[in-house]
Write a protein that binds this ligand. Structure first.
Ligand code: B16
Ligand code: MG
Length: 220
């Protein structure tokens, strides 16, 4: 465990992704999309799911439907997205503070101890519910409301919005992401990117750590 309380950092803010960084809701998204995809005969597995990380709900559905055996009307698409979201909400309703990923809380504490601002950049419209279930909403100076974001990751909009809300220049922000689309969003926002996961997937990240337990503010 190398999470570090050092004040030696050149950054003024850290902006975290939620799914896959703070908690493993990525798995719940997978389960909910898998059931939807199975119901319409569209192929779906963990590898394909990787492409959906950081992509908003309708964008994810479009990627799934591109592999489905028939086309779907707009009305059918909305019904499918709604069914997925209801299933996802059933799954996250069971979450507790025990669902914080190892090292996530320590990372938030280290950033706070170093006197930096803390933001959350999740395109999930369920992010506030998840933060409340985890009991950590008040640890963020700003949580971007996904409903106000027009462009999903990999577009940099959500990270730029978080920086603006925090009153910090993008160049002074460190972004933390588990998805390739999210790392691209951080880099295109002009920030330094920490990837959490595999270097093969997160090749645009400035540094990749295997888990949040390796997060070290003084390493960048
Ligand atoms: P919702 P992030 C993203 O959150 C997920 O990675 C992505 O898989 C999901 O489709 C998206 O949120 C939308 O979520 O359906 O709850 O609005 O990675 O930006 O925290
Ligand atoms: Mg994520």
């Amino acid at each position: 465990m190398s999470t570090n309380n050092s004040n030696h950092t050149r950054f003024k803010a850290v902006i975290f992704d939620l799914d896959g960084v703070i908690t493993d809701t990525a798995h719940y998204h997978y389960l909910a999309w898998k059931r939807t995809a199975d119901s319409i005969g569209a192929p779906f597995d963990e590898a394909f799911n990787e492409q959906l990380k950081g992509v908003d709900r309708m964008g994810s559905l479009r990627l799934i439907l591109a592999r489905a055996p028939r086309s779907f009307s707009e009305e059918e698409q909305l019904a499918l997205a709604d069914a997925k979201n209801r299933h996802y909400q059933e799954l996250i309703a069971t979450m507790t503070p025990r669902d914080l990923l190892p090292g996530a809380l320590e990372a938030l504490e280290a950033v706070r101890a170093a006197g930096l601002r803390i933001g959350l950049a999740s395109v999930s419209k369920n992010a506030f519910t998840v933060l409340d279930r985890l009991g950590i909403r008040d640890r963020f100076d700003d949580v971007v409301d996904a409903a106000t974001i027009r462009n999903s990751k990999p577009h940099p909009e959500i990270f730029l919005t978080a920086a603006e809300h925090l009153g910090v220049a993008p160049a002074d922000c460190l972004g933390v992401e588990d998805a390739a689309a999210g790392v691209a969003a951080i880099k295109d926002a002009g920030m330094v990117a920490v990837g959490v996961g595999s270097p093969d997937v997160l090749h645009r990240a400035d540094r990749v750590i295997r888990s949040m337990e390796e997060f070290d503010l003084s390493a960048y």
